[in-house]
Design a protein around this ligand. Sequence first.
Ligand code: BDP
Length: 711
Amino acid sequence: MKRFYFFAVLLLCSLSTLAEDGYELWMRYKKPTDIAMLNTYRSIFSGIVSSSQSPTMLAASEELKKGLGGILDKKILVQSQVQSGSLVIGNSTEIRKLIKTSIAVPENKEGFIIKSIMENNKRITVISSSSDIGVLYGAFHLLRMLQSNAKVNALDISSSPALQLRLLNHWDNLNRHVERGYAGIALWNWHTLPDYKDPRYTDYARANASIGINGVTVTNVNANAITLTKPYLEKIAALADIFRPYGIKVFLTARFSAPIELDRFKTADPLNDAVKQWWKQKTAEIYQYIPDFGGFLVKANSEGQPGPQNYKRTHADGANMLADAVAPFGGKVVWRAFVYNPESDDRFKQAYDEFMPLDGQFRNNVLVQVKNGPIDFQPREPFSPLFGAMKKTPVMMEFQITQEYLGQSTHLVYEAPMFKEVLNADTYGKGKGSTVAKVIAGKVHESPLTGMSGVSNIGNDRNWTGHLFGQANWYAFGRLAWDLDLSSEKIADEWIRQTFTNEPQVVNNISKIMMKSHEALVNYMTPMGLAHIMGNGHHYGPAPWSNNLGRPDWNPVYYHKADSLGIGFDRTPKGSNALAQFAPEVSKQWLDPTTCDEKYLLWFHHASWSQKMKSGNTLWNELVDHYYQGVTEMREMKNQWKSLSKQIDTERHNHVMMLLNIQEKEAVWWRNACLLYFQTFSKMPIPAHFEQPDKPLDYYKSLRFPYAPGN
Ligand code: BDP
């Protein structure tokens, strides 16, 4: 009997290790099911030869051992000499000790090559770069190819990142609450750091390096001055030590009033000599702990954060003071342009109005970080007019990966199509073809500094991102920051193959679900250019009726302006004239309500309920169609996923299925609540062939969510 239990327990243990809980992300390194492919791979790789034992090179060979070991399903030898089938890795200087063939590497020091060569009748594969970190990136690239069943027998790949700074911004507080975080609490256990180095920190670094992310801010932009004190610097230094071999620099968020809060200064005026001196000393102290510290990320004079304007100074004055402090160490200042105050007639115009006059006034180690759209990470926004307009300042992109306005923890939304829509938009900053992607890559106004930030969706949930498909957004962000030209489809394909399977039918089905998910969400939440109509504070669920917050620009009614005549925000010259902030070629596309792309119509026009749309529908009926279409698309996504139950492991299939059920309920909730509310103005019916809302508007208005997450 005892023996039976022993074996039963053993069996259960081995089964549970087989279960897939998402922890391994896209780095699962499973054996290909295609035996021919497996045999080809086995015939190509016999082992690894590494040119050095530096921490980064060790990380690369460890990853390759683990990855090749898993994929080839055999123990991978680390060889001391090059043999036929060796995978030879090393930076361009050191690799000469191992091979004679001269290998040209990219100039960009993070770039890499992967090449199949013949040397002395031995067939070998080489990964090289001018730096160790480039080699690590190359190693991850090869593993990505192998996990995607790609052919690797005649490789000749050269790849370099499009942007210099590829950053994750964690909005993590020191009490581990993550602002707008839906995946548990912060990864960083501040209480046990620096002594307890959770192995998960290394897995986090591996995941980031695998997609080319090279910097992280570990604290919230709504900053806490305590971050800059010795005990916390020690903790942050411990993280930086773990991240360093993976090419990841730590950045910190700087609270502008820190000299007052930490050292009882009377002022934090950036032009005050003592204040300047304080930041210089503080910065020098930080560099003692973290010699490769990346620099500061600052949210100033925005949503209650202190900043230079408290002292009648400009954003440039504030940024330059910090820039001077980090400059001797090679650090950067990333200064956010997310600002708005109630005096403006249109929040849309604020960032441009405050920052354009400062163009050319920033030190050359400052980047201005601009949210993708002019308002605030809404499901669909036109690009921010600052892209292309600021000519003498490096403008960096800020995307929000965490789904604050995209269904939070329960909606499956693949964000790459949304990112691409913005990146592909033409700013006409320097004539036709000045896309946002080219602007941030420094190719339009020749900027020496380039970068992109993503507000992280990572927490301590076992699968990192709460919703398994949130992983795809983390992945897509990193891949795009490396290569702005990658298509959403290509990124989805890569992610699916590594995360689930190479089975073509399954890849295809999951890709279809992902590719339609963003448009579906826009349809059931904010179609036709609606924005900012979610619940107050927590931003969960619909509340277009909301009008009780202290400032007009915090209330949904400010954004949709529905009345008996129509709906939408007039940003033409007859209204706020925000359109004038765009290049004439751009504003021309949106200026006329009869020709404006209907996706953006209500962003720029207060359109009449009975205006005729391209389909022949009235605006009201078109709006209704979109809301219903969103729910229909969402249901299709659900059914497509359901049909994959046999092809996906039970644990992950069930996880996503249960969330899709919630998403369906919430999509219906959004549709019904918004249409019933807007109907009080349009006074027009929801056509009878649609399933009618089963609850009255008052029901939706009565819902309260005092403990919605992330708030
Ligand atoms: C808003 C979030 C708020 C952030 C702010 C920001 O609701 O929590 O602090 O963005 O970007 O969307 O600073």
